[in-house]
Design a binder for this molecule. Structure first.
Ligand SMILES: Cc1cc2nc3c(=O)[nH]c(=O)nc-3n(C[C@H](O)[C@H](O)[C@H](O)COP(=O)(O)OP(=O)(O)OC[C@H]3O[C@@H](n4cnc5c(N)ncnc54)[C@H](O)[C@@H]3O)c2cc1C
Length: 394
């Protein structure tokens, strides 16, 4: 297989690089560079999404009939790589990569007309209300109930680890609409206005001093029945479709590439670039990142590329998340005693602490934050189970 990019892709990369350089405000770039995690400040996420919306580049991978540009997976790859390399903020992900494809694939015409343009234009943030206390990996047994009452559902229950729920205008929730059937068959996919009476959101303080994760309590929340996506009881199928999209992009190859380079820069700044032990660690990580990149490219180039029923996405996630741990850990090791200073994430983003050398703030926060990479989107152990089953038939 020839994996060299074709000419059109080279020209495309140039176009994208130029456009990002033109559009990216310097203060946004500085905040993203200083923090350097996989997520951005919500204000920057929304602002950057709206800037990109002017070019139609918020959902370029969507089919044209739903407002996208029909970009190929390779074009999307190049675009995302250029954004990360330029330290552009991450765009609003839950809308463009998660609920959007579910709505245009399974939703009603009214839902498509109402939500797809808003996602494309970056009007607001979405929350993903799947996990519950005790039901994260074991989603099939989720307990949040939605009972149909005339033309509305009455929803009661609790969600947890809901990213950015405190700032989200809408949420897509998995709820139990039929407790009498096999667990997977009784789950439905409901779009809920986060300002609805009966919803309480509580932020959870995190180890890296961030607090983007939330608990969401639903107490007799009334949701119009028209907000149900697709068929009642088919929510499990839609959730699998959505999570498979999420996992395929979870190698975080662009983050890993950029952060290996940053580790090299830190080694130079700390006078450790000639240390053979450090050189060996960097070389090994760089080789692994390159291997991961080629695996992603091979997957994207393969004619049988698809989101379902393969262990490939899980393999990419296992490797990509392990590398996130290793690379950010190396960065903090390189800082030595300076790594004992935890800078507040928000402070890092606003003001890269001028009293410290610029390569120091943000590194410990990123290393602690990236621990989560082997948990979100399906834990390491669950991914390994999937690989065992699908790849080895165990
Ligand atoms: C940063 C972050 C952001 C997140 N954002 C969201 C969000 O926006 N929306 C949302 O719904 N959820 C979100 N989550 C939740 C995430 O999806 C869950 O944490 C994850 O699915 C694991 O579920 P759990 O926490 O209940 O752990 P558990 O499922 O209780 O797992 C605990 C431990 O047991 C292991 N384990 C569980 N089952 C098995 C098994 N069958 N075989 C082997 N080992 C097993 C796990 O690997 C883990 O080590 C987020 C999590 C994090 C960390």
């Amino acid at each position: 297989m020839d994996l060299r990019p074709d000419e059109s892709l080279v020209a495309f990369r140039e176009e994208v690089r130029r456009a990002i350089a033109e559009d990216l405000p310097a203060d946004m770039e500085a905040r993203q560079r200083a923090f350097g995690g996989i997520q951005s400040e919500i204000g920057d996420t929304l602002a950057w999404t709206r800037i990109m919306a002017r070019r139609g580049w918020t959902v370029p991978q969507w089919p044209v009939e739903h407002g996208g540009l029909g970009w190929s997976p390779m074009q999307l790859f190049v675009f995302q790589e250029e954004q990360d390399a330029a330290y552009a903020p991450t765009m609003s992900w839950a809308g463009s990569h998660m609920v959007g494809p579910v709505i245009y694939t399974f939703g009603s015409d009214e839902q498509k007309a109402r939500f797809l343009p808003a996602i494309r234009n970056g009007e607001y943030i979405w929350a993903q209300g799947f996990s519950e206390p005790g039901n994260g990996s074991d989603l099939a047994n989720l307990r949040t109930q939605a009972v149909l009452d005339g033309d509305k559902y009455i929803v009661n229950g609790q969600k947890i680890w809901t990213s950015t729920a405190y700032a989200s205008e809408w949420g897509f929730f998995l709820v139990r609409t039929d407790p009498t059937v096999k667990p997977q068959r009784g789950i439905s996919f409901l779009l809920i206005d986060m300002k609805s009476p009966g919803i309480t959101v509580r932020q959870i303080p995190m180890i890296n001093d961030d607090c983007e994760l939330c608990e969401v309590f639903l107490d007799n929340v009334e949701v119009p029945a028209e907000n149900l996506v697709g068929e009642p009881g088919a929510g499990w199928t839609y959730a699998k479709f959505l999570l498979d999209h999420e996992r395929t992009t979870s190698s975080f190859i662009f983050f890993n590439k950029r952060e290996v380079q940053r580790a090299k820069d830190i080694a130079v700044a700390e006078g450790l670039a000639r240390d053979p032990v450090i050189q060996a660690r960097i070389a090994r990580l760089e080789a692994e990142v390159t291997a991961l990149e080629w695996s992603v490219l091979r997957t994207l180039a393969g004619e049988d590329y698809r989101y379902d029923d393969t262990a490939v996405a899980s393999v990419l996630k296992v490797t990509g998340s392990r590398l996130q741990h290793a690379i950010t850990e190396l960065q903090t090791d390189l800082l030595g005693a300076k790594a004992t200073r935890l800078f507040a994430v928000e402070a890092d983003r606003r003001d890269p602490a001028p009293l410290w050398p610029e390569h120091v703030p943000g590194r410990v926060g990123a290393a602690l934050g990236q621990r989560a990479a082997t948990i979100f989107g399906g834990t390491l152990q669950v991914q390994k189970n999937i690989i065992a089953k699908l790849a080895f038939g165990l």
